[in-house]
Ligand binder design. Structure first.
Ligand code: 5AD
Ligand code: SF4
Length: 425
């Protein structure tokens, strides 16, 4: 979501004649697009601001946008007096106001709904992977999560608007569409005529666009995997066989305290249904370790479910108490040392499972999407249908954007492969 927001901000300023620079002393305006989901991310923003204020041109404008802006509000100006603007995740389209009035301070952390989508220019040329937000905010209220506070209540964008953005992306260079939402599979839009549109309708429409070869969506809430959506894995070959569906914990006890009211059996049933629709689907998850009250036994159940589902490409985090959340006030907060030990164990297991999966891909041929050259410029990086990185030896300029690649080697982080030719898919 933040990558997308960053792209929109860049497009907005480019349309006003600005160009991008990575060099702070050259910049006339410095924007930190921020994440507040864990305390560490917020702390990094303020330490970066401390560094940037000494490096920037004295008259350069500096500000924060996104969830830390919403979390901190006016307090950010107190912490960093040099800040010129603080704009929440739903008001960054107001950024031009500070260019017109550079001597004022601009604060807007309103949750204004969908206005930002309509009031900003489209990117002229789409990246190969086009992120298309279909929904803002979240109604789930997991007790650890600051997102319902920073991004507000869930709102689904009108179906026609999403199709308009998807068509524009397809016509200007997109090959992969990634539909985005905090609770993406909860997408539900009722048209003025009373017709209800779901995520499956969006996937179906995108699959009919010729230039689009791959479709995915993130992030999904387990109990919102409706049958029509699961059926897409059976009927739409362009939908990648890879699904991010966070379980967060393998203990029903902890899930209840997290206010994620599903049982492990229900979660496993949903995975089984998806695999029944398309057996080669792989699942990835987010995990939180050290949630308040998490016992050794609870944690072991998380290890057990990770082994059972064989999650690939997952993310694991130490629980971080956040303002405006219920879990921050819960008793039995877990000491940092135990959180670190648990994270280490879980990561070791997830890496092991990932390595096994990567090794099982050797000798297979997969249709992969070109990402670009690697850091050395001597190799090309492709993405497999499971979002694994696949490194190919030639840095040939005529390398196909979609290539059939034979996987020749694997380790825990990436694959190596050989291009057999352009993918027919
Ligand atoms: N502490 C640690 N991880 C968190 N996440 C959300 N809130 C917290 C928190 N307070 C994780 C969840 C979510 C991912 C985006 O971030 O795993 O799925
Ligand atoms: Fe946060 Fe995701 Fe839970 Fe929504 S479903 S409250 S975004 S963790």
């Amino acid at each position: 979501m933040n990558v997308y927001d960053g792209q929109r901000i860049a497009a907005m300023l480019t349309a006003r004649g600005m160009t991008q620079t990575d060099n702070i002393p050259d910049a006339d305006i410095i924007i930190l697009n921020t994440c507040a989901v864990r305390a560490k991310a917020t702390d990094k923003v303020f330490s970066a601001l401390g560094r940037i204020r000494t490096e920037k041109k004295p008259d350069a404008l500096m500000g924060i946008v996104g969830c830390v802006a919403r979390e901190s509000g006016a307090d950010a100006f107190r912490r960093v007096p040099e800040l010129n603007f603080v704009l929440g995740p739903q008001s960054y389209h107001k950024l031009p106001e500070i260019l017109e009035n550079p001597d004022t301070r601009l604060l807007n952390i309103d949750l204004g709904g969908l206005e930002k989508f309509d009031s900003m220019p489209q990117m002229e040329k789409s990246p190969r992977v086009a992120y298309i937000p279909i929904q803002e905010g979240c109604n789930h209220c997991c007790t650890y999560c600051i997102v319902p506070y920073t991004r507000g209540r869930e709102i689904s964008r009108p179906f026609d608007d999403v199709i308009h953005d998807t068509t524009h992306a397809a016509n200007t260079g997109a090959i992969e569409i990634c539909f985005l939402g905090q609770n993406v599979n909860g997408y539900k839009y009722t048209s003025p005529a009373g017709k209800i549109y779901r995520l499956s309708d969006l996937i179906h429409a995108a699959a009919h666009m010729d230039t689009i070869k791959r479709i995915r969506f993130t992030s999904s809430y387990p109990t919102e995997m409706t049958d029509d959506l699961i059926d897409m894995f059976r009927t739409e070959p362009k939908l990648l066989p890879f699904l991010n569906m966070p379980i967060q914990s393998g203990s029903s006890n902890v899930l209840t305290k997290m206010n994620r009211p599903y049982t492990l059996d229900l979660y496993i049933d949903i995975v089984d249904k998806i695999k029944h629709a398309r057996p080669d689907v792989q699942i990835s998850s987010d995990f939180i370790v050290g949630f308040p009250g998490e016992s050794d036994d609870d944690f072991n159940q998380t290890l057990e479910i990770a082994r059972r589902i064989k999650y690939i490409n997952s993310f694991s985090f130490k629980y971080s108490p956040r303002p405006h959340t219920a879990a921050a006030l819960m008793p039995n907060q877990i000491p940092e040392k135990i959180k670190s030990e648990r994270l280490y164990k879980l990561d070791a297991l997830l890496n092991e499972i990932q390595r096994e999966f990567n090794e099982s891909c050797v000798d297979k041929v997969m249709p992969c999407l070109l990402e670009g050259p690697d850091k050395t410029g001597r190799h090309l990086v492709y993405r497999t249908p499971y979002m694994q990185q696949c490194i190919v030896d030639s840095a040939n300029n005529s390398a196909p954007e979609m290539a059939d690649i034979k996987i020749t080697a694997a380790n825990k982080a990436s694959l190596r492969g050989e291009i057999l030719g352009a993918s027919e898919f």
